[in-house]
Design a binder for this molecule. Sequence first.
Ligand code: IPM
Ligand code: MN
Length: 372
Amino acid sequence: MGVLNKKIVVLPGDGIGPEVCNEAIKVLEAVAERFGHRFLFEKHLMGACAIDATGNPLPEETVDACMEADAILLGAIGDPKYDNNPAAKVRPEQGLLRLRKSLGLFANIRPVTAYDVLLDHSPLKNTRIAGADMLIFRELIGGIYFGEKGRTADSAYDNCTYSKEEIVRIAHLAFQSAAMRRQKLTLVDKANVLETSRLWREVVQEMAPAYPEVAVDYLFVDNAAMQLILNPRAFDVILTENMFGDILSDEASVIAGSLGLLPSASVGNHVSLFEPIHGSYPQAKGKGIANPIAAILSAAMMLEHFNLQKEADLIKVAVHNALEKQVLTPELNPTSPYSTEQVGSFIAYYVLEGALVVPHRSNIEVGLSTII
Ligand code: IPM
Ligand code: MN
């Protein structure tokens, strides 16, 4: 792969978003320097910071900039002043949801890995989580998040709707990815109760024969929530609808040891977006205690998307090195913690100077560059 020129729109957002984005940018700059690429970063407003500045959580010019970008890096959005005010008409989350919808980002891919060196940091038993390694495919622009909603004085509703086409397009990605990994796909639904879930099941059953190498199984979401904790190694690729994917991926982060470690890629038909799965963690804002690794690994997923596998691998090796040397933020290392910036610089330094060893394939992103 030759030298690349890419324009990356950065949406730092709220809370710890700007801090973790800065570290991801630092690491991407180290990649650019080492390999001769040119990444141009352009920051724009979204979320509570955009409401404060413009009254709109997703200003038009942010959408325009995203449409022209080669990729988008997002920090986090959200602010307690809205969380604690259910009557607020304008909310930071609307910005993120509208952005996902306007860019057609229908699939959100969330890798979850139990890192050997962090096994003791998970409250779950080592013996259960060692070797766990899964990819969650969460549908991102349909379902209850985007259905018609309404409110009267003493009642409220949120509709959940899915079309066959909305299921087929993400299911193809999940099948392709499973085919390149351990050949197992688990559809998580609530088909014993929900009509939409029965449609998901029907569509996935129809598609399965086209991927004969992939073994498909089906789990109700309540059982899936339990199996994730009881036997996480049983999962390879999980495919699920929007809200179930939101809930299960936070749960699955307990396997990795911290929500601050989990990256994600959101893909559609146009530009792709890369963001940590954690929220804006407002209590930590400005304290230098936020874990930048989820944002840094999201940047690695972006490089994989650009087909820069060697560069993405180098970031993953650099992150592993930080984990091994216990260069960790306080939620993972309370006794001798490093700051957000120190963890970022340690990783960036390895990216600049460290050995170019091919990482032990944990499978986490295998197939991403092919399918997105
Ligand atoms: C996520 C977040 C968002 C979601 C919120 C901030 C709207 O929790 O990306 O998982 O629910 O999708
Ligand atoms: Mn979430």
